[in-house]
Design a protein around this ligand. Sequence first.
Ligand SMILES: [Zn+2]
Length: 296
Amino acid sequence: MILGVDLGGHSFALGFVRDGSVLSLREYETPRSRTAEAVSAALRERIDEMASGIRVDGIGIGVPGMLDLEREKVLRSPNFPGWEGLPLRYLLEKSLGIPVRMENDANCTAIGEGLLGAACGLKHYIVLTLGTGIGGGIVIGGRLLRGGHGMAGEPGHLVIGGTNPCGCGGLGHLETVAGADGIERRAKEAGIKPDLKSLWEQREDPRVEPIWRDALEALGASVASLVHILDPEAVVLGGGLGPAAGFVEALEPIVKRHLGDPYRSLLDLRIARLGKAAAVIGAASLFLPDSEERLC
Ligand SMILES: [Zn+2]
């Protein structure tokens, strides 16, 4: 059996994947220190619990952050400070004693949604994961876009201007305004309880409205730019925020306002279907022969 793992940040999720379904998806808190040793030990413990009597043939891991082209090292992970340059795949394989393959977590989500979820049947699509930060996976011609160095498909780091420092080390990136951390930071500065869910529910409150106006405007303009560059069949919105009631309805008119005429009537914004299971399915599929060719 193949085990899929979504490393996340505050928590990690894992589950066995068989015939495209996740069996017993579980979620656990990430060790506070977030060191590679502690995370590896926590994985070992949970895998032993789950896998008693089951032969684990491989572990696919979705890692939040930028990876090298060979999928051996973490180049930068805002959720796991200190992992820069870490040969994570090798370290985990050595510590777990099971073959390990890794991929960016949002790329895993994109593969999962393409195999079984909202992007089923599509060859050209973008998945945005709207969470603590903003992740993304881009599939073009049925294949994941990895770029020249392995770091393509980072919509959270689209430059929208300004000088907000981003967790990646750059300035003025989309996720500083439209990621949950950025939104909650602004709420805190305005003396409002920084809780994303309640902030969305109170989005018409005059103190909260400007925060969402800026976030949605930045996100809508960025989605329009991505559509102009990539001409996808659909843009899938996932993470905690994408499926929130009323979110797509609020975003769509802003995206359309920014789109050129020929693109506007073709816009297809969709809500992700698989939730946390998408990344686990996508991670496990790294062990399928030519998984990207199997996008349904
Ligand atoms: Zn950034």
